[in-house]
Ligand binder design. Structure first.
Ligand SMILES: [Zn+2]
Length: 407
């Protein structure tokens, strides 16, 4: 810790300007991450829906299918049209290039933030590219994810990462959404959520066989769990008592400990995520060996349910970022000391960056309270989400705390 601490902030391409980067540097940040392709944002629920740092665009909804560099179309011509990267129609310049230059001029480290498997437009245009649950349906109606076992998906992502790492001299490459989607559900049980999780597509079936796993057997196991819930839920009272929640999690734990098929399936999914991260990171190591490699991972207590195995992934990465957006997402502040200490067990000497929310309803007082807890936790840095959404007052508090606490 001390002067070498990582102090980051995420910035959306529509909020980028040279002035923005100089401001970020002036606040005391050492790193800034720019989304280089589609990131779903309407700045945002929960929050007042205003971009505080962008006087030209106080509101903005991101394009569903844009990249923010000028892709060389030739590279992608053999891919299905749905998977080819499209330059932004609304921001008609190479933001990635300008961003890296502005970072260099302001002595701030440039991070290319790459949303990896989340891509609503491509999945809506063809479900064949997306993950599927036991009934062949995509499990997220809003958050649609590509399947990491699909060879076309792998090739598309590899080509994009290759182009970015050949063209640009960035300091860090950050993988986001490199996992399976969360299951949107309420009043269910943890076991039901697991049974509704993907992926059961043809590509996964073939890949699983190579690992000696029969996905049809997993499918039957999960369908039985769903059928049990069809009978049970109408008799459940749908209550949320602490005592009941605890009982549900105990039963969930027992099922996973005892069920070998589920265990093998969880391992298989983690392996698919490891393989794609390994493939993509190899390209970056080759083209830009100086760059740091990081990933935004789910907090470790729940990451294994989404295919992220910290033990395996940290072997590939230099740094891990975990997001605990306390107030906007109503997360308990106790997750800061808890999740960072679990993560540290797996990370050993790799960098651990804690992602914090700096947008309303987060106040300067909240920032001070969270940052204090963070500094008492085993982390190597913090990063704030996001530049555009953060009121000036919050930035001034961050700047003051960086100075006061010699972060
Ligand atoms: Zn699949």
């Amino acid at each position: 810790m001390g002067d070498t601490m990582y102090k980051g902030v995420w910035i959306h391409p529509w909020d980028f300007s040279k002035d923005a980067i100089s401001k970020i540097s002036h606040y005391g940040f050492t790193h800034t991450s720019l989304a280089v392709r589609y990131i779903e944002e309407r700045q945002n629920w929960p929050g007042p829906n205003i971009i505080f740092q962008n006087s030209k665009k106080r509101t903005y909804t991101s394009e569903e299918n844009a990249v923010y560099w000028m892709p060389n179309k030739e590279r992608y011509l053999h891919l299905p049209p749905q998977l080819r990267p499209e330059p932004s129609k609304e921001i008609k310049e190479d933001i990635v290039e300008k961003f890296i230059k502005a970072c260099e001029e302001n002595s701030i480290k440039s991070v290319l933030w790459f949303p990896t498997l989340r891509w609503e437009k491509a999945v809506r245009d063809s479900l064949d590219f997306g993950v599927k649950d036991v009934y062949g349906s995509h499990p997220g109606y809003k958050r649609m994810f590509l399947c990491p076992s699909n060879p076309l998906v792998r090739e598309t992502l590899s080509l994009m990462v290759e182009e970015l790492s050949e063209k640009y001299e960035f300091d860090e490459f950050e993988f986001d959404f490199i996992r399976y989607p969360e299951i949107p559900s309420t009043y269910g049980t943890p076991l039901l959520n697991l049974a509704l999780s993907p992926c059961f597509c043809e590509h996964c079936k073939a890949e699983a066989l190579k690992h000696g796993l029969d996905l049809e057997e997993v499918r039957e196991t999960f369908k039985a769990i769903v059928e049990w819930h069809v009978e049970y839920l109408p008799n459940s009272y749908y209550c949320e008592d602490e005592d009941y929640l605890e009982a549900m999690y105990l039963e969930f734990t027992k099922e996973i400990i005892e069920n070998e098929v589920i265990k093998e399936w969880l391992k298989f999914r983690a392996e698919q995520i490891r393989i794609i991260l390994k493939e993509l990171s190899k390209i970056i190591r080759k083209n830009n060996p100086k760059a740091q490699m990081s990933a935004d991972l789910y907090p470790p207590s729940g990451s294994w349910l989404l295919g992220q195995d910290y033990k395996k992934l940290v072997e590939i990465l230099d740094a891990v970022k975990i997001m605990i957006y306390v107030k906007p997402f109503r997360r308990s502040i106790c997750r800061i000391p808890y999740e960072t200490r679990i993560a540290r067990r797996y990370l050993k000497n790799k960098l651990l960056i804690l992602g914090l929310a700096s947008w309303p309803p987060t106040t300067p007082k909240d920032i001070e309270e969270q940052l204090k807890l963070a500094l008492d936790s085993p982390i190597d840095g913090v990063s704030f989400y996001s530049y555009g959404w953060t009121p000036e007052k919050n930035f001034l508090k961050i700047k003051e705390l960086f100075k006061r606490w010699k972060i």
